[in-house]
Write a protein that binds this ligand. Structure first.
Ligand code: FAD
Length: 303
């Protein structure tokens, strides 16, 4: 099913994001997790696209297996990093050949050199020769492939309630988001956030800018304080002070951190859904426990 169509249905669309494991044991564990999560009737599952060749091939293989073996709708992420147009065409042909209907078209982040820092303002990102600089260019390219029926994907894009790290202002970031939607994004998934005010304000600004596609909030259940501290620094998301202090207090008690993370995310999701979010996209980090607890609570509470 095309995700844009699923998002129009009245029931909330719960989706789960995974990354391709590096080992066979990791793959086995991932498919066990997916079979468990299938009981929660996810609208779709998505698989990230890394900078290395083996994890890139892993994305295509895994989305195909999720769709055809596990029987859950699956979306492949695809990034411009390190790819010429011809290489991107090759990946898209393979995905089309595997019957994949949904692609999250991204610019991606260049790999960070050991001891190096991620690009912030001004962008250090340099496109591959004959490649693309922005996700909008990739989307336009994929959309052009629709004319001759080479590719028929439903396209999603990323968006940033707190603004993208490299963009000088949220207003400018929104202008680029409008371009991304006109280039072909039929739905948007947000960067993770822990304070719903960022999402509601962002949706309001997007609507004022005439963005009409569904904007699905991205939620990462906190299960480890150090990890979340690192992620939020990397992607520029705010960890609210009250939550940070609670996490710091319990950081040496993994079970308490899990309970706190699940409680915070459940309250976030309840409010997001009750105020009109079309679903929730969970950043699972390939673990199912916290996500399962949250979705079960949401289903029980909402019927
Ligand atoms: P873009 O839309 O190209 O935007 C990048 C920057 O350029 C922004 O600052 C934007 O304002 C600016 N910009 C856009 N268009 C223009 C223009 N025409 N002129 C000037 N400036 C412009 N990364 C991965 O490597 N693999 C993944 O699988 C992956 N999955 C993700 C999933 C989600 C839901 C999200 C939110 C992010 C994901 N990322 C992933 C991270 C993402 O690749 C990074 O955030 C990256 O820095 C930006 O990607 P983008 O597609 O939003 O880029």
């Amino acid at each position: 099913m095309r995700i844009a169509e699923r998002l129009l249905l009245p029931s909330p669309c719960y989706s789960f994001e995974f990354f391709p494991p590096k080992t066979e044991a990791g793959q086995g564990a991932l498919f066990d997790t997916l079979r468990e999560l299938k009981e929660l009737e996810p609208g779709f599952v998505s698989v990230t696209y890394g900078a290395g060749g083996s994890t890139q091939r892993g994305t295509t293989e895994i989305v195909s297996r999720i769709k055809h073996e596990v029987g859950i709708e699956a979306m492949a992420h695809l990034t411009c990093i390190g790819h010429s147009k011809d290489e991107l065409s090759g990946v898209l042909d393979r995905l089309q050949g595997e019957g994949i209907q949904n692609v999250l078209a991204l610019r991606g982040d260049p790999p960070v050199p050991p001891g190096g820092k991620r690009a912030t303002l001004p962008s250090l990102f340099q496109p591959e020769a004959g490649g693309f600089r922005f996700s909008g260019e990739l989307m336009r390219f994929i959309r052009e492939g629709r004319r001759d029926n080479r590719w028929t994907f439903c396209l999603g894009g990323a968006c940033y309630p707190e603004g993208h790290m490299e963009c000088p202002s949220r207003d400018e970031d929104l202008i680029h988001l409008v371009e991304k939607v006109s280039a072909g994004a039929e739905f948007l998934l947000t960067q993770l956030f822990f304070d719903n005010a960022f999402y509601f304000d962002f949706v309001q600004r997007a609507q004022a800018a005439r963005i009409r596609v569904p904007i699905v909030p991205g939620i990462m259940p906190i299960t480890n304080f150090e990890q979340i501290d690192r992620f939020t620094r990397m992607c520029g998301a705010t960890l609210p002070m009250r939550l940070r202090l609670q996490l710091e207090r319990y950081q040496n008690d993994p079970d308490a951190v899990l309970q706190l993370g699940v409680a915070h995310a459940t309250v976030q999701c309840m409010e997001l859904l009750s105020r009109g979010a079309p679903g929730i996209h969970f950043y699972t980090l390939n673990r199912s426990r916290a996500t399962r607890m949250i979705v079960t609570a949401l289903k029980n509470a909402r019927g």
